[in-house]
Design a protein around this ligand. Sequence first.
Ligand code: ADP
Ligand code: MG
Length: 266
Amino acid sequence: MENIKEPVKNDIEISIENVSMTYQADNGTDVKALTDINLQVKKGEFVALLGPSGCGKSTLLNIIADLLHPTEGNVIVGGTTPKDARLKQRYGIVFQRPVLFDWRTVQKNVELPLEIMKWKKEDRRERSTKMLGLVNLSDFANHYPQQLSGGMQQRVGIARALAINPEILLMDEPFSALDEFTKEKLHEDILRIWRKTHKTVVFVTHNIQEAVYLSDKIVVLSPHPGRVSAIIDVNETLPRPRVPEMKTDVAFNQLVLKVRNSFEEV
Ligand code: ADP
Ligand code: MG
């Protein structure tokens, strides 16, 4: 008899298996940044990596991005290695500061990754115009970065990260340097963009309210050494769509407290 297997619908985008990371510091001592991390991110999911400074959030994000290699364990991205995923342009990365080129217009900054990929001029223009529309910066295409506020510059960084149409958006404390008012606006922007583009998002933050407001799932990381101390499903308590009024809800604040209490003491 023929052995026909049912196709398995694999909706896992990122799988992190027993990952540990030890840095060799200059003075020869070892710094154990992450220990035995296990974590799965589904396609289209918005996952927050939450924890205090030094708990290994950036290390974990950089391992997913193939900017660092773990000392132990495995990472699988869409059935392949992080390196393959990077080479196939499956990642868009947004850092705390957008690192824009001052001498290039906003539009030319967004086009940079497309230039590197040797896209034709008209295609670059069409794509960057669309991305600037997505982040509500159409009117600023011909401005230069220094003419823009910090929040607008970060939106250029998001447009640039999305220009190559990656499946996965990796964000490392993208709003930490912004004031509270700007940050709240960017929260609405990122939720709208996520709804529209169906990206898988891994979002690093040290801000509990931000993690609760934005994500489907919060991975709570405790430090020394960095480890997963809880994984909390947000949608159970706080359904989509999220709206700013929710931030004052009892349910929202109870969840913030629950997340806070899930940190392990050092
Ligand atoms: P987070 O992003 O949560 O603030 P990091 O991932 O940057 O944390 O760092 C986790 C730990 O690893 C910290 O103790 C940090 O000092 C250490 N670390 C990070 N990068 C290096 C490095 N290149 N060499 C040695 N130690 C490092
Ligand atoms: Mg960091």
